[in-house]
Design a protein around this ligand. Structure first.
Ligand code: COA
Length: 164
């Protein structure tokens, strides 16, 4: 019996989970803000997309202090695997910033990143947060603009400070 019963995922991913639409993929992918993101898996995902690591304790606190942490899971009934991630920081009322959007290279290009962003925005809307900002890497700007994100006009209003 291979019937498709989304509610069967509730125990693993929480009530607010969303099953991704990936018609030609052999796996199921699930988005959730409820299922806890394992720090080591999150760090591995950062490695896999080529990001440099931060001290794990700082990452733990950053996740704890985030407004929202979204995991994208490769479904397995016994051991779901984290294959995508995003988080938001903000006041939970008006403003939010989306950070650390990533999909594992093995699963890029099948629409998961786009669904991850839709899920993030829907979750923010459900909190009535309607001013959302993100800072895109130059080679990813098109990914966001194709989804309706507006580019900051003429780069005149954005300030960015980052000490390495
Ligand atoms: C950027 C990223 C999240 C996209 O995820 P993905 O699952 O591959 O994206 P999708 O398959 O949902 O692609 C959706 C659309 O965006 C396009 N797209 C994907 N990556 C893109 C990129 N880097 N630049 C421009 N367009 C891109 C796809 O071609 C697709 O177009 P279509 O709707 O016309 O078919 C993923 O490539 C990633 O994790 N990259 C490494 C980490 C990173 O750079 N994160 C962003 C930091 S700002």
């Amino acid at each position: 019996m291979t019937g498709f019963r989304p509610t069967a995922f509730e125990g693993l991913y929480g009530r607010n989970h969303r099953v991704c639409s990936t018609p030609n993929a052999p796996h199921r992918f699930i988005l959730s803000t409820t299922r806890r993101v394992d720090l080591n898996e999150q760090q591995q995902l950062c490695d896999d997309v080529g990001w440099s690591r931060l001290p794990i304790e700082r990452v733990r606190l950053a996740l704890e202090n985030s407004l929202m942490v979204v995991g994208l899971w490769l479904h397995d009934p016994h051991q779901p695997r984290l294959v995508g991630f995003a988080r938001c920081i903000g006041d939970g009322v008006i403003e939010a910033i989306v950070c650390d959007v990533a999909v594992h290279p093995n699963y890029q290009g099948i629409g998961l990143g786009k669904q991850l962003m839709t899920y993030v925005l829907d979750a923010l809307r459900s909190q009535q947060v309607n001013r959302v900002t993100l800072f895109a890497d130059p080679d990813v700007v098109e990914f966001y603009s194709a989804q309706g994100w507006e580019l900051e006009p003429q780069q005149r209003r954005c300030a960015y400070w980052h000490e390495d």
